[in-house]
Ligand binder design. Structure first.
Ligand code: KG4
Ligand code: ZN
Length: 334
């Protein structure tokens, strides 16, 4: 089965081709340079650039795979959650192709896509597993029982983990997106230099809260500036990152322990974080759990994960009608 995946939920216009489950082409057009000067994604600009990029990105993807639209058996497109104007570009494109070429399509939940991204790697988990999905828009822990059966175990009550990285980076005058920059600078800093708070929210809670640690960094930086003390940016990055990563890791381990599940998955943009990957690996080893990390290249937004997730729900939900709508809130988060 030849499937085209399309992703346009935020600031990446992406397309991928999957042939019988094997990735043949994966193209990502990132708008980071466009949004960087505003310190975050500007929704209207994102929509306009998706509109300009979607056809060239799909054309390049088809060319890389050596196929044409006529060869496709189906298409999978991100239906939500995300920026509605951005989502509608990908969805409308896929609907138009479906209408003209009579190719069925299916809507894929962006978070389900992230959950599936681990299967793009060489080492793959068996069901059931516990998955940490930490990105710029969401931060949740799921129990995955089967390809389309996820149970939400915990979620952020305020900022997503990636959002906290981006906001702290902005405060420190670093580039957008902040996650990769903080990841790099943290490598030259001392994670124990500043004691930032960890929000555990109760011993058994699997929920997250990152607004406290973010405010704590703001207060620390303001205090230094008021006293004319130089801010050691690398130490702030390392200490902030350690506070966030420790909570992400411990709650994921706790979730698996509570359910007697021995397999752990990490996905989403923040799962590209080097400290998160080594911390989680060390804790899994201590707890005798198996860790399956999404390959770094598939942690951030891409269409390969959308095509793969789509290939599982194709039989159940594919359609030729143009009635499908985009959504901004994920049903798997309810
Ligand atoms: O999954 P993603 O591409 O988009 C959403 O679905 O939101 O995640 C993007 C987020 C951004 O907040 C970015 O700062 C963060 O992931 N991120 C990282 C790293 N790489 C990307 N955060 C920490 N360390 C990284 N290496
Ligand atoms: Zn994402």
């Amino acid at each position: 089965m030849l499937i085209l995946g399309v992703e346009s939920s935020c600031d990446e216009t992406a397309a991928a081709i999957l042939k019988n489950g094997k990735l043949c082409a994966n193209v990502i057009n990132s708008q980071i340079d466009i949004h960087a000067k505003y310190g975050g994604v500007v929704p209207e600009l994102a929509s306009r650039h998706h509109l300009a990029n979607i056809y060239p990105v799909v054309q390049e993807t088809l060319a890389q795979a050596g196929v044409s639209l006529d060869d496709l058996d189906g298409m999978a497109v991100t239906q939500g959650p995300g920026l509605i104007g951005a989502l509608l570009v990908g969805l409308s494109f896929v609907k138009a192709v479906s209408l003209v070429k009579k190719i069925p399509y299916t809507g894929v939940d962006h978070l389900a896509g992230h959950l599936f991204s681990v299967f793009l790697g060489e080492r793959q988990p068996q069901f059931p597993f516990v998955a940490l999905v930490a990105s710029g828009g969401h931060c949740s822990i799921f129990q995955a029982d089967a390809p389309l059966r996820y149970k939400l175990l915990g979620r952020s009550r305020d900022d997503a983990a990636g959002e906290a990285f981006d906001k702290v980076a902005k405060l420190l005058g670093l580039a957008y997106p902040g996650g990769p920059v903080i990841d790099k600078l943290a490598g030259q800093g001392d994670p124990q230099a500043i004691k930032f708070p960890r929000a555990w929210l109760g011993a058994d809670s699997l929920d997250f809260s990152f607004s406290g640690v973010k405010t704590s960094v703001v207060n620390y930086v303001n205090r230094c500036r008021q006293h004319d003390q130089q801010v050691n940016v690398c130490d702030v990055c390392a200490s902030f990152q350690e506070a966030v990563v420790e909570v992400l890791v411990e709650k994921t381990i706790l979730a698996a322990g509570q359910r007697g599940i021995k397999q752990i998955v990490a996905a989403g943009g923040v799962a590209a974080n080097e400290r998160l990957r080594t911390f989680l690996a060390a804790r899994c080893q201590q707890e005798d759990m198996q860790l399956f990390l999404t390959p770094k290249e598939f942690c951030t937004d891409n269409a390969a994960m959308i095509a793969l997730a789509g290939s599982y729900n194709f039989a159940e939900t594919s359609q030729l009608s143009t009635g499908m709508d985009a959504y901004s809130r994920s049903p798997i988060l309810r």
